[in-house]
Design a protein around this ligand. Structure first.
Ligand code: AMP
Ligand code: GLY
Length: 416
């Protein structure tokens, strides 16, 4: 098979690694990819949001299956475009992608299908927003409705902060059109878990559980980021929680997908807070997580391409997905300043010293004058597997220490 993978981050590096391991794959194209993936497939210089460019390429090369990494092309309707031309692609159609594309829509969806969630109000009116804020206890959460690259969620400790946040979103337009509306939401406490599942429209099968560390600083201090580290499995995801998630969240989510007539043959990612009252949904994403994918795929035993075929053909329920017993930990190495302003172009050294049980996935790297340099906020994801979580954690940190670039930062408490 010829496969086209779309994306350029650590998530796609991990996907490219697993796809390239499959005996079913004859050729892997990655658009646009990054320097870490160059030995796994052929890098193609087309950006994920250039839907027509990607379609033209897939037709020209007679690609058998396209796999979409990031959300933006899905929300723009890449699946409708490809399927409309008779091409096979993994992902939800545009209607399904709204689950991530609009937080206001996803809250309505959760309400319609009785899915446990944080109490919330949606508004596009600043004065109304100010009045709603007064009804909520602090801390409270503000979410820009549209896609904001993981930066559109503000956790406000005080009402003053919330009023300022509301102004930033609705009046100053810090997130552009994504801030046409804002969801004002109750703050939930508990342990977070990421439940990522394959969906073929008839069946929903969760992957191994994982936990993401969202804040920049140790002990969950500081600003929210795209994710600073992960581990799998998440020990807070007990059998009891798993059963509740299946009944109270996964089943009604699938029912909603069917009733809303979404053509959903792809990945669904449900961010969940395990609260004292039980699991509640924080958000839906319509793709794999980053850096959850790094630890999840490190534990996947079954051929990923075979699973994708089942997703696309609607036969996901026929096979069984196997996971390795080993645990996995991913520590993100980021650029000083992230998630705010940071410098790039710093030379990266020491990658060749990673041990056999460690994969270093590239997130934001590029080549400059023959050297590998930093090219983003999140730079690398050091991912180790081992018999126990503690051993995997120690291994990931040992390997992280072998890598050097100017301004390297990372959290010290991943999986701790
Ligand atoms: P989201 O993009 O909606 O998942 O939000 C990003 C992150 O913000 C989540 O992973 C949580 O860490 C945090 N968050 C979002 N909503 C809430 C909430 N209602 N209560 C507490 N934390 C939240
Ligand atoms: N790590 C969270 C996300 O991918 O949205």
């Amino acid at each position: 098979m010829k496969i086209l993978l779309i994306g350029c981050g650590g998530r796609e590096h991990a996907m490219a690694w697993k796809i390239s391991e499959s005996p079913l794959v004859e050729k892997l194209f990655i658009a646009p990819g990054n320097p870490g993936m160059k030995d796994l497939g052929k890098l193609v210089d087309i950006l994920p949001e250039d839907l027509e460019g990607l379609l033209g390429f897939a037709k020209k090369e007679a690609v058998d299956l396209t796999v979409v990494g990031p959300e933006a092309p899905l929300v723009k309707g890449i699946v409708d475009l490809f399927r409309g031309e008779g091409l096979k692609i993994i992902g939800p159609d545009k209607k399904g992608a709204v689950l991530e594309g609009s937080k206001a829509y996803s809250k309505d969806f959760m309400e319609r299908y009785g899915i446990p969630r944080a109490k919330s109000h949606t508004t596009g009116d600043y004065q109304e927003g100010l009045a709603i804020i007064e009804q909520y206890k602090c801390p409270l959460v503000l979410k820009a409705d549209g896609l904001a690259g993981g930066k559109g969620v503000l956790i406000c400790e005080t009402r003053k902060e919330a009023r300022e946040g509301l102004k930033k979103i609705l009046k100053d337009r810090d997130f552009g059109d994504a801030g046409d509306r804002v969801v004002i939401e109750e703050f939930l406490t508990g342990v977070e878990t990421s439940v990522i599942a394959f969906v073929d429209g008839k069946t929903i099968i969760p992957m191994a559980s994982s936990r993401d560390y969202k804040r920049i600083g140790d002990n969950d201090r500081g600003l929210n980021t795209g994710g600073m580290g992960t581990y799998s499995p998440n020990e807070a995801y007990t059998k009891e929680v798993e059963a509740r998630v299946r009944e109270e969240i996964l089943k009604p989510t699938l029912k909603g997908i069917q009733q809303e007539k979404m053509d959903y043959r792809g990945i669904i990612f449900i961010g969940i807070m395990i609260t004292p009252e039980g699991p509640k949904v924080l958000e839906y994403n319509v793709r794999f997580g980053d850096p959850e994918t790094q630890v999840i795929l490190a534990r996947l035993e079954t051929d990923l391409v075979e699973i994708f075929q089942g997703v696309e053909e609607g036969t996901l329920g026929d096979g069984k997905i196997q996971w390795k017993a080993e645990k996995a930990v991913c520590v993100i190495l980021a650029s000083k300043g992230y998630p705010e302003a940071y410098e790039t172009g710093k030379i990266i050294e020491g990658l060749e010293h990673a041990d056999q049980q460690t994969m270093v996935f590239h997130s934001g790297t590029r080549m400059q004058e023959g050297s590998l340099v930093t090219g983003g906020g999140r730079v690398l994801g050091v991912t180790s597997v081992d018999q126990t979580l503690e051993k995997a954690r120690q291994r990931a940190y040992r390997n992280a220490e072998k890598i050097y670039f100017d301004g390297k930062i990372h959290r010290r408490d991943i999986a701790g």
